[in-house]
Design a protein around this ligand. Structure first.
Ligand SMILES: Nc1ncnc2c1ncn2[C@@H]1O[C@H](COP(=O)(O)OP(=O)(O)OP(=O)(O)O)[C@@H](O)[C@H]1O
Ligand SMILES: Nc1nc(=O)c2ncn([C@H]3C[C@H](O)[C@@H](CO)O3)c2[nH]1
Length: 212
């Protein structure tokens, strides 16, 4: 299981599709367009932060369960980033102490194998799509989901800046699986075939190294 990590608008969904096609492997996307809670969360984060997190955690477990039956699979975001997003929101006062404790304990339980042959929820490779704050903002704007726009809600500027900062910190410390960083500012893989091939080479090399 290969996981694509990165902040909002980094290009995870786009690269998930490209890598899945490259390996002829199934892709597992985040629930966004069919997610009724997401627009409600952006309207009223105080009310919906916890519910949204439980929703994402549950969907994530569904996806991991389904992915485990494939030799290769590509997943748009990891469990660890769900937690990162939750803790950012909690630190902004959008969840109670009990909600934080319940979430953390639920996640720990999910990660803990129930038996020795329980399936693995930790990826085999985590790819971090690093983008600068400026590029992140430009991509969010380019994609144009109305509830994510700063013009719609000026407080999102600080939210995105802090999220971008925490992502760098989190990735630097992440050590649960092999990892690879890709420069999402420089590699315009959506429009540029050469950039795409450069990414395929980098990822294939990393997998060959992991497989020994
Ligand atoms: N490397 C890139 N070069 C050019 N455009 C890009 C690149 N990466 C992403 N984009 C564009 O930026 C926008 C956001 O990309 P995408 O939806 O793949 O991001 P994401 O990381 O999945 O976001 P989210 O976290 O919100 O799900 C899209 O319009 C996409 O076409
Ligand atoms: N609060 C919060 N917690 C999550 O775990 C989470 N995962 C994704 N998202 C938001 C970001 C994009 O707008 C959109 C697509 O990634 O959904 C989240 N928001």
């Amino acid at each position: 299981m290969i996981v694509l990590s990165g902040p909002i608008g980094a290009g995870k969904t786009s690269l998930t599709t490209l890598l899945a096609e490259h390996w002829n492997a199934p892709a597992f996307y985040e629930s966004v367009d069919d997610n009724e809670i997401l627009p409600l969360f952006y309207q009223n984060p105080q009310k919906y932060a916890f519910l949204l997190q439980i929703y994402f955690l549950n969907k994530r477990l569904d996806a991991i369960k389904e992915a485990k039956d494939n030799r290769y699979s590509v997943m748009d975001r990891s469990l660890f980033e769900d937690s990162l997003l939750f803790h950012l929101n909690a630190d902004l006062g959008r969840s109670t102490k009990t909600e934080v404790e319940t979430y953390d304990s639920l996640l720990a339980n999910m990660l803990d194998p129930v038996s020795p042959d329980d399936y693995q929820k930790i990826p085999d490779l985590l790819i971090y799509l690093h983008v600068s704050f400026e590029i992140m903002l430009a991509r969010i704007k380019k994609r144009g989901r109305s509830y994510e726009q700063i013009e719609h809600d000026a407080s999102l500027y600080d939210y995105y800046r802090e999220l971008n900062r925490r992502y760098d910190q989190w990735f630097a410390q992440y050590d649960l699986s092999p990892k690879l960083e890709i420069d999402g500012d420089q590699l315009e893989f959506v429009e540029n075939q050469q950039a795409r091939e450069q990414i395929f080479r980098l990822v294939d090399q990393k997998i060959a190294q992991i497989l020994g």
